[in-house]
Design a protein around this ligand. Structure first.
Ligand code: SF4
Length: 81
């Protein structure tokens, strides 16, 4: 099972809400519309495809999905297989 880690850059987030529309159980928005993660950031299984879709759809490039290697966060931008 390959898990991935989501990193949300709240400084880049413009509150477009695409992430919430894509995976409402993984993302939320605070009162200012800024993204909040509803998990500890590590997802696996079917959720991986959804967070990658959210990463792709985010107009502000505020979401980074990187491989999670047993709790060790890899550098952002590393797109593993
Ligand atoms: S899709 Fe991107 S810009 Fe929109 S709320 Fe989510 S993280 Fe923020």
């Amino acid at each position: 099972m390959s898990a991935v880690r989501i990193v949300a850059d709240t400084g880049r987030c413009i509150g477009a809400g695409q992430c919430v529309l894509t995976a409402a159980d993984l993302f939320d928005q605070d009162e200012n519309g800024i993204v909040e993660l509803l998990t500890d950031g590590v997802v696996s299984g079917d959720d991986v495809a959804r967070v990658r879709e959210a990463e792709h759809l985010c107009p502000a490039a505020a979401l980074t999905v990187a491989p999670d290697t047993d709790g060790t966060t890899g550098p952002p931008g590393q797109q593993g297989a």
